[in-house]
Ligand binder design. Structure first.
Ligand SMILES: Cc1cc2nc3c(=O)[nH]c(=O)nc-3n(C[C@H](O)[C@H](O)[C@H](O)COP(=O)(O)OP(=O)(O)OC[C@H]3O[C@@H](n4cnc5c(N)ncnc54)[C@H](O)[C@@H]3O)c2cc1C
Length: 495
């Protein structure tokens, strides 16, 4: 009876995936497509992960265009739809199905509904109500995950456990404030002076949500908003109304660059004491409420004791290009934790791995890599020499993986047995660092001035050459001038 009602009883599996947010669901689907035997467990009672309760003010920042010049459900359409998971026929492009089009971004509830539908239509099975509580290595080089249902032994574990535990830097008096996750309904801030500590998306989301209610709103953190760097920054304009009010000199809304010294009690309320960063001086802000929108960390439990090292103030694990811990092989991470794989950061541009649009492709790369480690080779179709230039230009023009994961994922064609083979989507860092047969890799990149351009990397005799092609005002990288350039690059490399 137990097996019928709840899949994946404790036992031995090749892979165990923890988490039923978009990261866990996408990874499970990709593993299934490749024929990798695995279990999925989650402490939740239903699919959706973080989107079952966040964003607090119920509107996402990532867009989906229900109508596009390409057909819904095609690979090209993914470029227009940043919220749907990647599924087979029937389970593709689900986010637009649930959007009422009052905005170009889904509501939290619409996103949750799309994830529930994906689970049903893609047939993703999850053992809900099963919490991972501890981890140890077994004698065969694998792992045992302890859960409140029993033990799961596996060769590889994939943790898609999200990054939603409150993270607070050391600020004296921070216990007097509430974290983002404890934000109350907006109406309870009516007529209050609210100080929000932080200037990232979650800070501006709360600020934007409280504009109609609070009588005074101040966002404070050391670093300034740098709109000129917007294309390279995770900050989204969607929530920036408080910033606009401030820079236009509107009354009652402030966005201040200052390092917080302490939060203290004062006159029956609170006071935030801060030292200016982009200007000299000290400021004190009286407040009825202080909200810490200082970020989140991954609930890693005992993984550090197994050797998992971390980045970004100990908030997420340090990962290699295939999203495996750099220090504890066999432990993989999916979902927005994949931001721990930093990529080559050429021109300072990092991956887009904290949102669904980017990590859905990371999940596919991870699944293909895990499958190969388990001995399941994926097909590498041959490419005719005459077709290779149009093939690469088509990728540069509209491959969603390349356009969303700029400078991070590339499309590779390699030379093997005298023929050309499509190696699929590959982490650019791996292509550049790992060596291998002669091959070409194309990627979309962004220069320091945020100009988007196509790049071609050629590996010949183990040596890499790099070619940055010109940009185009409407990013039309398929024209004859690009064909000539790519042909010349390949000919010079004797491809
Ligand atoms: C305020 C906020 C707003 C955001 N807005 C957007 C947006 O608009 N668009 C976007 O693309 N991204 C957004 N994100 C990023 C967002 O977190 C991810 O896109 C997405 O939710 C991450 O998916 P995930 O599967 O990695 O993690 P989550 O959705 O957080 O899911 C983690 C899963 O792991 C489970 N889990 C954790 N620990 C255990 C355990 N010990 N045992 C068993 N199960 C466990 C959880 O219960 C959950 O099911 C936002 C993030 C925040 C914090």
């Amino acid at each position: 009876m137990e097996n019928v009602d709840r899949p994946f009883p404790p036992g031995q599996y090749d892979v165990v995936v923890v988490g039923s947010g978009p990261g866990g669901l996408q990874t499970s689907h990709c593993l299934t497509q490749l024929g990798v035997e695995h279990a999925v467990i989650s402490q939740d009672e239903a699919p959706g992960g973080m989107f079952r309760r966040f964003p607090i003010f119920e509107r996402l920042i990532s867009w989906t265009k229900p109508d596009a010049p390409v057909e819904r459900g095609t690979r090209e359409y993914e470029w227009y739809d940043h919220n749907s998971l990647l599924g087979d026929a029937g389970a593709q492009a689900l986010a637009p199905e649930f959007m009422d089009r009052s905005f170009d971004v889904p509501s939290r509830a619409e996103m949750e509904a799309a994830l529930v539908a994906f689970t049903e239509r893609a047939g993703v099975q999850v053992r809900y109500g099963c919490r991972w509580t501890g981890t140890r290595r077994d004698d065969d080089g694998g792992f045992v995950l302890e859960t409140d249902d029993g033990e799961y032994a596996c060769r590889f574990a994939v943790f898609a456990i999200g990054v939603t535990q409150p993270w607070v830097p050391s600020i004296r008096g921070s216990e007097l404030a509430a974290h983002y996750v404890e934000t109350r309904p907006a109406s309870s801030y009516r007529d209050k002076r609210v100080v929000i500590i932080g200037k990232r998306n979650s800070a501006f989301e709360v600020g934007n949500g409280l504009l109609p209610w609070a009588k005074e709103l101040t966002l404070v953190s050391p670093r300034p908003v740098q709109l000129e760097l917007l294309p390279q920054s995770p900050l989204r304009l969607r929530y920036l109304q408080p910033y606009e009010e401030y820079v236009r000199g509107g009354a009652g809304t402030f966005v201040v660059d200052a390092a917080i010294e302490q939060i203290e009690r004062s006159n029956g309320g609170l006071r935030v004491v801060a030292e200016g960063t982009t200007w000299p001086g000290r400021l004190e802000f009286d407040a009825d409420d202080v909200i810490l929108a200082t970020g989140f960390k991954a609930p890693l439990q005992d993984l550090r004791e197994l050797g998992v090292t971390t980045v970004l103030n100990d908030r997420i694990p340090a990962l290699n290009p295939f999203f495996e811990s750099i220090s504890a092989p066999g432990l993989f991470f999916a979902g927005n934790i994949t931001a721990g794989s930093r990529g080559i950061r050429k021109h300072g541009v990092g991956p887009n791995s904290t949102s669904v649009n980017g990590f859905r492709y990371n999940a596919r790369v991870l699944a293909e890599h895990v499958a190969e480690r388990l001995g399941i080779e994926r097909p590498r179709p041959s490419v005719d020499r005459a077709d290779v230039v149009p093939f690469l230009l088509r990728e540069l023009s509209c491959a969603p993986e390349l356009w969303i994961q700029k400078t991070f994922l590339g499309r590779v064609v390699s030379v093997t047995d005298g023929g050309l083979r499509d190696e699929g989507i590959v982490p650019l860092e791996h292509f550049l660092d790992a060596g291998g047969p002669d091959a070409v890799c194309v990627a979309i990149e962004m220069d320091p001035k945020a100009v988007i351009y196509p790049a071609v990397y050629v590996r010949r005799g183990g040596r890499i050459t790099e070619h940055e092609l010109p940009t185009h005002p409407v990013h039309a990288f398929r024209g004859s001038e690009y064909a000539r350039e790519v042909e010349a690059i390949l000919a010079a490399a004797r491809f």
